[in-house]
Design a protein around this ligand. Structure first.
Ligand SMILES: Cc1cc2nc3c(=O)[nH]c(=O)nc-3n(C[C@H](O)[C@H](O)[C@H](O)COP(=O)(O)O)c2cc1C
Ligand SMILES: CC(C)CC(=O)C(=O)O
Length: 412
């Protein structure tokens, strides 16, 4: 908000917007990390459109409504979330700051905001849970072809009190990220894929994107196709050996019939099962049919299939298909509180934010993530008030208008 209210944290005068946060982060990350975090697949058009899609809508503010008491909170997994925003699961946060996911968890606790932890985190499931101290945590699952690895993760998440498993479904293959390949991306020592350390002596720091063979895998990689981790169209063998993300994250065998029932059995009754990476009404219907508890409309931050719809553009169809049956969340391109408002007005129940949190982490660790969450939350509350809404349920499509390139507007 514009004026500082007593008891509120002072503004960081060097960083008043997420755009400024991005610039600060850019200066603090090395090239490998910056490219890995910020890149999209192929030309990056979907990455860009995720953000620009928000510009296709304008807000229709209502006035004279006494907005002196604004409640921006929502209830999620039995807890009060201060705003309908969560921190999306993103891999390897220790690249941004040595405190990595632990700093993010502490910031989420401080802000009263739910957090998603990636299967490929650099902190353990248990450490993150103990640092968020009861506030909702969800675990993002890559369901590996070697299910035993995934089964162990699920059991650990359940024991540590995670509320839901978010199964990522948009990675049957890895999207093509050219800078990642060119930089021969690898997780530097001493960092590890913390949740596989005991299984495999975690070899993340040997994961190389140049087609060369990591030392630990020599001998079993004779068939390397020159772009390790990418698919050459030939039938590949299920990966064995140490878990590394380029080898294990993609799972071309994933299917509704085989995997969702199994996953529900593993999670039930303590944890919900959600699917992350839905982009069509057809798949939303299937998600309902297979009994999942919720959907995240996502294109993986434009990192998987380039050329898909921006998530905001895909959202209305999915909302229509799932209406009244299961909740619909969305992520991708959210960079301002007004974006959150627009996504909610188009029918999302909640949004998740990825890269801005990584930028906060790179800027100032926990304090930077707190700043990121505070900027988005303050902007969202300001937007609610200036649009004439006092409760999150008030935010409906009546508050939006679509504007085309010539400036013509149409009501929704
Ligand atoms: C560096 C990075 C790593 C990510 N790692 C994961 C991951 O491990 N699992 C996953 O499901 N999604 C992952 N995502 C996707 C995010 O969960 C989320 O869908 C995306 O970041 C949202 O877009 P935004 O960054 O524009 O907010 C990652 C995204 C980024 C940028
Ligand atoms: C395991 C990787 C594929 C992490 C990820 O989801 C990403 O980099 O987008």
């Amino acid at each position: 908000m514009a004026a500082q209210v007593k008891g509120e944290k002072p503004h960081d005068l060097n960083c008043l917007t997420i755009a400024e946060l991005e610039k600060h982060a850019e200066l603090r990350m090395n090239k490998q990390t910056r490219d890995y975090y910020n890149e999209g697949a192929d030309s990056g058009s979907t990455l860009r459109e995720n953000t620009t899609a928000y510009g296709k809508y304008r807000i229709r503010p209502r006035v004279l409504r006494d907005i002196s008491l604004i409640d921006s909170s929502v209830s999620i997994w039995g807890a009060c979330n201060s705003v309908p925003i969560g921190v999306a699961p993103t891999a390897m946060q220790c690249l941004a700051h040595p405190d990595g996911e632990i700093a993010t968890a502490k910031a989420c606790k401080e802000a009263g905001i739910a957090m998603g932890l990636s299967s490929f985190a650099t902190s353990t499931i248990e450490d993150v849970a103990s640092n968020i101290d009861g506030h909702p945590l969800i675990f993002q699952l890559y369901l590996f072809e070697e299910r035993e690895h995934s089964r162990k993760l699920i059991q650990r998440a359940k024991k540590a009190g995670y509320k839901a498993i978010f199964l990522t479904v948009d990675t049957p293959m890895l999207g093509r990220r050219n800078m990642e390949i060119r930089n021969q991306f690898k997780l530097p020592k001493p960092y590890k894929l913390a949740n596989f350390a005991e299984d495999s002596g975690s070899s993340a720091s040997e994961t190389v994107m140049d087609g060369s063979t990591p030392k630990s895998e020599q001998g079993e990689e004779k068939k390397s196709n020159g772009t390790k981790g990418y698919h050459d169209g030939k039938r590949r063998q299920a990966p064995t050996g140490p878990v590394s993300f380029h080898t294990h994250a993609p799972n071309p065998t994933l299917s509704w019939e085989r995997d969702i029932g199994w996953l529900k059995e593993q999670c039930s009754p303590e944890m919900e099962v959600w699917v992350k990476g839905i982009a069509t009404a057809e798949d939303a219907h299937l998600a309902v049919h297979h009994g999942v508890d919720g959907i995240v409309v996502s294109n993986h931050g434009g990192r998987q299939l380039n050329g898909t719809l921006a998530t905001l553009d895909a959202l209305p169809d999915v909302v229509e298909a799932a209406r009244g049956k299961i909740p619909v969340h969305v992520d991708g391109g959210i960079r301002h509180g007004t974006d959150v408002f627009k996504a909610l007005a188009l029918g999302a129940d909640f949004v998740w934010v990825g890269r801005p949190v990584l930028w906060g982490l790179a800027y100032k660790g926990q304090e930077g993530v707190e700043l990121c969450l505070r900027l988005l939350s303050d902007e969202f509350r300001l937007c609610m008030g200036l649009a004439g809404t006092v409760k999150v349920e008030d935010i409906t499509k009546e508050y939006l208008v679509k504007i085309d390139k010539s400036g013509f507007t149409s009501r929704l």
